[in-house]
Ligand binder design. Structure first.
Ligand code: NDP
Length: 495
């Protein structure tokens, strides 16, 4: 595998003008592609292409945009195998996850937004003043600068691009420099479906160079960013300087609250799946399990047993449950956090190490279970983004809710109980953009994804995403046809 053209600008692959980038397979450390990265000149070309495409794309009927997006979804279905293979290799995902989660989710999102393009909602026109007809126009912003992370490269590209273009915007996407390959294939599929050149552009480059230039570009009307809270703050500060609209999907630290009447088997299985999905590199991953004291020991035991049975291995092997972390640097960061937890007195019940049989190639890390950490410790408060679950006990329902809300994040959470009043209370009082009841992780195209607190604002997926990617214009038309309107008398009374 190897390709030199890592940019997609104006409907075609191109070489960048910046420094050379090597794309690494996290499972093996092998270089799978390399080419010139994007710099500010490439940002200029991509934004110019997106600007040029905007009037034509925005001017299409919703039905015409919808037809092209349906064709795009059809092409993605045909290419599903290729997409899964490249996503698996580039992001270090077990092929089962790429083929059964990332790719079908992306295709479903594409089909959803193909339909949703025809259903932009607004208020019915009405005579609110009595003398005018007021109506609402929902208009696209123009060129959207989108920035995506490396954990779900294809799905993140889809979440950024689809609602934007369905609403009539054009997009310049900068995926993570580590994982651009599936985003390029996604954009090519759109072009092959007949989406005009320039509507979707992909720039492979570093955040500091291409990302920064994209956020700063005066012709970029809105910035849509998914990534860490730290970088998100910088992006928001830059965008604020030009009063640009910003949509931020940031970090998470999802609590997983298990009340004493929960099904222990369901909770344990849910915790392992929720903590280890995508090797824990999931912004909604279950990271902090709070378990009511009577169930605590049983829960920890069951989770440990299940973690012992998780299979690490080559990503192309359908028997592999868990792949590597995205890079050696990230693996070292995760290891450092676990080590500091150990040094501060926490107990590492399972894992916490680089598995011996994989330590020479790739960036694997063992499924890790921790107890005895303090609520205010780094491992409980900060995003780890690795296969690490910390379990803490609680006594009362009030305490559980307080602990669940005790981080700066608010992206997702779950509550486990057979008591409908407890779960209703949890769903109301936990501050998060999504609260699952007796499950953790599932997402669907029809429903929104987005954060509270330092997890950001704005929604991905669902019709709610259109709130970010459209502007509301009020049109107020006089229906009296009179020159001298009664309200003029408040201002002047001349004859
Ligand atoms: P980062 O914040 O490090 O990077 C995200 C993107 O921002 C990358 O494309 C990066 O480029 C780019 N970037 C970096 N610096 C700048 C800059 N100055 N200006 C513009 N762009 C910049 O996040 P990660 O890639 O490490 O992804 C993991 C994070 O993403 C986690 O915190 C996770 O919680 C969050 N996330 C949130 C989701 C949500 O829906 N809320 C979903 C998925 C992930 P490059 O990498 O090429 O340098």
């Amino acid at each position: 595998m190897g390709q030199e053209q890592l940019q997609f600008i104006g409907g075609a692959r191109r070489s960048g003008s910046g420094a050379r980038l090597s794309i690494i397979a996290p499972a093996t450390g092998a270089v799978i592609a390399s080419g010139a990265g994007a710099n500010a000149a490439d940002v200029e070309s991509a934004v110019t292409a997106a600007r040029a495409a905007f009037p034509g794309w925005a001017g299409l009927t919703p039905g015409a945009r919808s037809d092209l997006m349906h064709e795009w979804a059809r092409i993605l279905r045909v290419r599903a195998g290729d997409l899964a293979a490249i996503e698996s290799v580039n992001a270090g995902k077990p092929i089962r996850l790429a083929a059964e989660f990332d790719v079908p989710g992306t295709i479903d999102n594409t089909a959803f937004f193909a339909g949703a393009a025809r259903h932009l909602e607004g208020k019915a026109a009405a005579e609110y003043s009595g003398d005018h007809t007021s109506s609402i126009r929902r208009e696209p912003h123009g060129v959207i600068g989108s920035i995506a992370p490396w954990n779900y490269p294809l799905q993140m590209a889809a979440w950024k691009i689809l609602p934007a273009v369905a609403a009539g915007n054009t997009v310049v996407l900068k995926p993570s420099e580590l994982t651009p390959l599936s985003s390029l294939l996604f954009a090519e599929a759109a072009a092959d479906a007949g989406v005009p050149p320039g509507v979707i552009n992909v720039l492979t480059g570093t955040g500091g160079e291409a990302g920064q230039a994209l956020v700063e570009h005066p012709a970029v009307a809105m910035v849509s960013f998914t990534g860490s809270t730290g970088v998100g703050k910088r992006v928001a500060a830059t965008a604020a300087g030009a009063v640009k609209r910003v949509h931020l999907e940031l970090g998470g630290k999802a609590p997983f609250v298990v009340f004493d009447d929960a099904d222990p088997e369901a909770a344990a299985r849910g915790a392992v799946a929720g903590a280890l999905i995508n090797t824990g590199q999931d912004c909604t991953a279950a990271t902090r399990a709070y378990v009511q004291r009577p169930l605590f020991e049983e829960f920890v035991g069951r989770v440990a047993d299940l973690m012992d049975r998780v299979v690490l291995g080559p990503v192309e092997n359908p028997e592999t449950d868990m792949g590597p972390l995205i890079s050696r640097a990230h693996r070292d960061k995760v290891l450092g956090m676990v080590e500091r937890a150990r040094e501060s007195g926490a107990k590492i019940v399972r894992g916490g190490r680089i598995p011996e049989h994989t330590s020479t190639a790739g960036s694997y890390f063992e499924p890790t279970l921790i107890t005895g950490a303090a609520q205010d410790s780094e491992i409980v408060q900060h995003e780890i983004f690795g296969p690490v679950l910390v379990v803490l006990p609680f006594d009362s329902d009030d305490e559980a809710i307080a602990l669940a809300n005790d981080t700066v994040y608010g992206l997702a959470a779950s509550a486990w109980s057979r008591d409908v009043f407890r779960t209703q209370r949890a769903s109301r009082e936990i501050q998060a953009g999504c609260v699952w009841i007796n499950d953790h992780i599932p997402i669907i195209s029809e429903m929104p994804h987005g954060g509270y607190k330092s997890s950001g604002f704005g929604k991905d997926m669902s019709a709610y995403a259109f709130e970010e990617y459209t502007n509301i214009k009020h049109v107020m038309s006089d229906i009296t046809g009179t020159a001298h309107k009664p309200w003029h008398d408040i201002i002047f009374r001349a004859g």
